[in-house]
Design a protein around this ligand. Structure first.
Ligand SMILES: NC(=O)c1ccc[n+]([C@@H]2O[C@H](COP(=O)([O-])OP(=O)(O)OC[C@H]3O[C@@H](n4cnc5c(N)ncnc54)[C@H](OP(=O)(O)O)[C@@H]3O)[C@@H](O)[C@H]2O)c1
Length: 323
């Protein structure tokens, strides 16, 4: 069912990546005009417009009179957190968000809604209880956690501050504290974990007690559509399935979906070595993200894939259709 009946103009800065493609496809298939802002060149089935993510340009005219801006711009965090990469990860998010704030604040007809990417990583390492928007605790002060985890939290907090501080009085604002969005396409988290599972390497990671917050791509797009339709919702909103899993269960369910009963576990030292070789960080699998979508559920959003076994089965089936 289309929650939004009128065709909208939806501008997606940074919409050429994994999440952007999910949203651009979802909304263009429903008859909305989608415009992706890219540092390009980037070709797509929808309109793409060049921007540099740092300065105003011709692209600003596409935001004037638009209905919705969904900002996803940011250098991928799937890398080693070297000093240079940290600068890029930080600046690409904060500078682009400030720029959009200045532009939206100056337009004669600004979008009535601005959704800005944020992340479920903003919450603390949580083994004990779920983190929702009301009583969840933001991280950054936990003792005995790696400096890389603290860095990610600082980025997330400053990103939201830049977003909410932007003077855009005519525009409703939602920070999307998203969990890992799972899509049956190469290159994203589902593909990486699936490849491990299919090679017999998809065992428990670390001690397996850490929680995994996740969301099926269909529910991610539906949640964004719901946020567009609901004028009463603003502020930070968790976009995650209501049922995070412990890593050991998450991996066991994924293996089952791939008909791979066994998987060699990866203790922390092995993960550290693998992450070094793969030029990434272990935070992505070792930090405990027990994030739940209280505000979406309170507002009446219904997940199509609230449980990991059903979601994993669906994603594996879609992947097999591609093979
Ligand atoms: N995927 C997830 O599960 C997830 C979960 C939580 C939060 N998020 C956040 O959601 C956003 C979108 O995620 P994604 O997975 O779609 O990311 P992605 O695939 O890495 O795409 C992000 C886009 O940002 C643009 N970009 C890259 N480097 C940039 C830079 N230095 N300056 C400005 N723009 C730059 C790129 O577009 P062009 O090269 O075309 O300009 C890229 O396509 C990200 O900010 C991410 O942190 C994602």
């Amino acid at each position: 069912m289309n929650l939004v009946e009128r065709p909208l103009r939806i501008v997606i800065p940074g919409g050429s990546g994994q999440v952007g493609r999910v949203l651009a496809r979802y909304f263009s298939q429903r008859g909305h005009q989608v415009i992706v802002l890219t540092r390009g060149p980037h070709t797509a089935e929808w309109q793409t417009v060049h921007w540099d993510a740092e300065t105003p340009g011709i692209w600003t005219q596409y935001l004037d009179g638009a209905d919705v801006c969904i900002n996803l711009a940011g250098r991928s965090v799937n890398c080693r957190y070297t000093p240079d990469n940290r600068i890029d990860i930080y600046n690409s998010r904060i500078v682009s968000t400030r720029l959009l704030g200045e532009v939206i604040g100056s337009l004669a007809h600004p979008p009535r809604l601005w959704l800005n990417a944020s992340t479920a990583t903003i919450y603390r390492h949580a083994l004990d209880r779920p983190m929702d928007e009301h009583t969840g605790e933001l991280g950054g002060n936990e003792p005995h956690v790696p400096d890389t985890w603290r860095f990610s939290i600082r980025v997330a907090k400053d990103w939201e501050t830049a977003f909410f501080n932007a003077p855009t009085p005519l525009t409703r604002k939602v920070a999307m504290r998203s969990a890992i969005t799972l899509s049956p396409v190469p290159g994203n988290a589902f593909a990486v974990l699936s490849n491990l599972a299919r090679l017999g390497l998809g065992g428990t990671q670390g001690n397996g007690r850490q929680w995994v917050s996740w969301i099926h791509e269909d529910d991610f797009a539906r949640a964004v559509e719901f946020l567009i339709a609901r004028d009463d919702l603003h502020g930070p909103i968790n976009i995650a399935s209501p049922n995070p899993e412990r890593n050991r269960d998450f991996m066991a369910i994924l293996r089952e979906a791939w008909d791979m009963p066994n998987g060699i576990p990866a203790p922390r030292p092995i993960l550290e070595l693998a992450a070094l070789l793969m030029r990434t960080e272990t935070e992505l699998v070792l930090k405990s993200r027990r994030v739940v979508p209280a505000r979406l559920l309170e507002a009446g959003f219904r997940f199509e894939f609230p449980n990991w076994p059903h979601a994993a089965e669906d994603l594996v089936q879609k992947w097999r259709l591609r093979d």
